[in-house]
Design a protein around this ligand. Structure first.
Ligand SMILES: Nc1ncnc2c1ncn2[C@@H]1O[C@H](COP(=O)(O)OP(=O)(O)OP(=O)(O)O)[C@@H](O)[C@H]1O
Ligand SMILES: CC(C)(CO)[C@@H](O)C(=O)[O-]
Ligand code: BAL
Length: 298
């Protein structure tokens, strides 16, 4: 593949940029993003490159998708840093960056209403818990735009971050249930030295909020440490950590099984948290290895 970054703003430009790759039968790896790129995104790009090797094509999309934002959410203030993002993509060895505008992705208008004329993806019951309960319609928006991007890029493999754990689970389900023939791969969460998961929204935190935001990952770590005593003990440890600050307003803190089903008695599990720090909503999650509950373990 080329070593120069090709930028495509339109579907036609994207198709043209990918034609040599398709003709040569090269593998295509895809990393969808909403831009404001940080080291977490760069880690996804490295992972994607490893999956297809130097002869494969690495495609990144940068698109802030209106359909996944609720009416009172932060669509308007979502960070947009396109020039820096293009430099980051070039530095990361991306071959093609797709930067469509809203009309290019939704030529008939954004299908906000559930009875809009355009077909959208119904994400099913997994989208009604956790993030989906807090952000109704969010996963319909995510799955719809990713399905469209998959159709335009036609990758062999797509890489997403575990930081958005429920999103990753739903995208895996979409690829499997709709028989898309695309491998969906999850990559580890990249963190700041104090544990805070990197997120484009971290830039909205002021100094005090930034200092306190690390309590999310500290709570998850405390839960990991107490998980050998069972789920109740893990939840208790996380809640105790969260009580050390008044700047963090928890939306949910839950333990599920690794597929987001009910809390297991023991063994592999996931703890997921969403919280507001000021007006900024952050999410995070970790794996837990639950021991059987002991008496007085809660
Ligand atoms: N800290 C991180 N480590 C690894 N992957 C990440 C991290 N943060 C985001 N990603 C992944 O990057 C991809 C694009 O995410 P997105 O552009 O929404 O970034 P973001 O930082 O999650 O932004 P925000 O949380 O503010 O929406 C997603 O697959 C997401 O899971
Ligand atoms: C997957 C995604 C790019 C779809 O807009 C977005 O939800 C994100 O950045 O995680
Ligand atoms: N990373 C998820 C994008 C969103 O919050 O809408």
């Amino acid at each position: 593949m080329t070593t120069t970054l090709l930028r495509a703003d339109t579907r036609a430009d994207l198709a043209a940029a990918l034609t040599p790759t398709r003709l040569a039968g090269r593998q295509v790896a895809f990393v969808p993003t909403m831009g404001a790129l940080h080291d977490g995104h760069l880690a996804l790009m490295r992972h994607a490159r490893e999956l297809v090797g130097p002869d494969g094509a690495l495609v990144v999309s940068i698109f802030v998708n209106p359909l996944q934002f609720g009416p009172n959410e932060d669509l308007d203030r979502y960070p947009r840093t396109l020039d820096a993002d293009l430099d980051a993509c070039a530095g990361a060895g991306v071959d093609v960056v797709f930067t469509p505008d809203v009309a290019e992705v939704y030529p008939n208008g954004v299908p906000f209403a559930s009875d809009a004329a355009d077909v959208t993806v119904d994400p099913g019951p997994l989208a009604r818990i956790l993030e989906g309960a807090s952000r109704p319609g969010h996963f319909r928006g995510v799955l719809t735009v990713v399905a469209k991007l998959f159709g335009l890029v036609r990758p062999d493999v797509a890489v997403f971050g575990q930081k958005d754990y429920q999103q990753l689970a739903l995208l895996r389900r979409m690829a499997a249930d709709l028989c898309l023939g695309i491998e969906v791969v999850g990559a580890e969460t990249v963190r700041e030295p104090d544990g805070l998961a990197l997120s484009s929204r971290n830039r909205f935190l002021d100094a005090d909020q930034r200092a306190e935001a690390m309590v999310l990952s500290r709570a998850l770590l405390a839960a990991q440490e107490d998980a050998t005593r069972g789920a109740a003990a893990a939840l208790g440890a996380a809640r105790a950590a969260l009580r050390t600050t008044h700047l963090v307003d928890v939306d949910y803190l839950e333990i599920t099984d690794p597929d987001l089903g009910p809390t297991p008695e023991s063994g592999a599990a996931r703890m997921l948290i969403a919280a507001r720090v000021g007006s900024t909503r952050l999410i995070d999650n970790v794996a837990l290895d639950l021991g059987a509950a002991t008496e007085g373990g809660s």
